[in-house]
Design a protein around this ligand. Structure first.
Ligand code: GLP
Length: 266
């Protein structure tokens, strides 16, 4: 795992977008794993901007989203299907037939989950998985005690997660109580992971996820076991990390980051 600290949420989001954009340009057949949530809004906006400006071609890109609420139809404005179309897919030359999001209205979630896993395998696996982190430490909707080897499945949401996402539903009582999500094991199978967290409300969980012990109580700690995972945070989300000086040093000195540290705005 490596940690990159950028001055603001805008810098951190633009850096995340630039990494995705560069990955698409390097491999037009890339399989992307995508995330939702407030943190990702800036990333999608920056990607759309980059796509228009420097012409990344998404025609052959395949995408797999992490999760969807159970009970929400794709055209429900609160669904992650709607979020992805609204903020990302409709702005780029992405083939909607290449986009995959778990079906929150499936009749049989065991069958839907296994179909989702098969689709990922049939596409050759996920090359780059983008992640946010929830207040409970979840990645996707892998709530505390999700098995480190879990695969796509139905999952109950914690009261904390329901509260965190209640603003989109006009109150916690209207938030779906369950979701279908890629498992921790599904996420760990991606060839590269990039997790973005911004804002002071993420500082405590980021410190636990990055510098704490690996535990299924905080699913994001599983990323410490991943061979190539980059955690990108702004100063606010980095505030409780003990090794901030080291992470700053890495960004300034590692050859991999040279092009990025010399790009204004990242
Ligand atoms: C939801 C999603 C997660 C996401 C989290 C963070 O719970 N299932 O994948 O990481 O939100 O959301 P935000 O970026 O709004 O803090």
């Amino acid at each position: 795992m490596e940690v990159i600290i950028r001055p603001t949420a805008e810098h951190a989001s633009r850096l995340t977008a630039q990494i995705i954009h560069d990955a698409v340009r390097a491999n037009p057949d890339i399989v992307l794993g995508l995330a939702t949530g407030r943190s990702m809004l800036r990333v999608y906006a920056a990607l759309v901007e980059l796509g228009a400006g420097e012409g990344a071609d998404y025609a052959r890109v395949h995408t797999f989203n992490l999760d969807e609420y159970i009970g929400l139809a794709p055209d429900d404005p609160r669904s992650y299907h709607h979020y992805m179309n609204e903020h990302f897919f409709r702005h780029l030359n992405i083939d909607l037939a290449h986009t995959h999001i778990p079906d929150g209205t499936a009749e049989d979630f065991v069958a839907e989950s296994s179909k989702y896993e098969t689709s990922i395998t049939d596409c050759g696996g996920i090359d780059l998985q983008v992640l946010g982190i929830g207040a409970s430490g979840h990645i996707g909707f892998n709530e505390p005690l999700s098995a480190m080897r879990s695969r796509t499945r139905e999952k109950a949401l914690t009261p904390q997660t329901i509260e965190q996402n209640s603003q989109y539903f006009g109150g916690a009582e209207h938030v779906p109580k369950r979701a279908i999500t890629m498992g921790v094991g599904t996420i760990l199978d991606a060839r590269r992971c990039v997790l973005l967290a911004t804002g002071a409300r993420k500082a405590s969980i980021i410190a636990k996820a990055v510098e704490g012990p690996v535990t299924s109580m905080i699913s994001a700690t599983a990323l410490q076991l991943h061979a190539k995972c980059t955690v990108i945070v702004d100063e606010d989300a980095a505030a409780e990390l003990e090794q901030q000086d080291y992470y700053h040093w890495l960004f300034e000195n590692e050859p991999e980051w040279e092009a990025y540290r010399n790009t204004p705005g990242l």
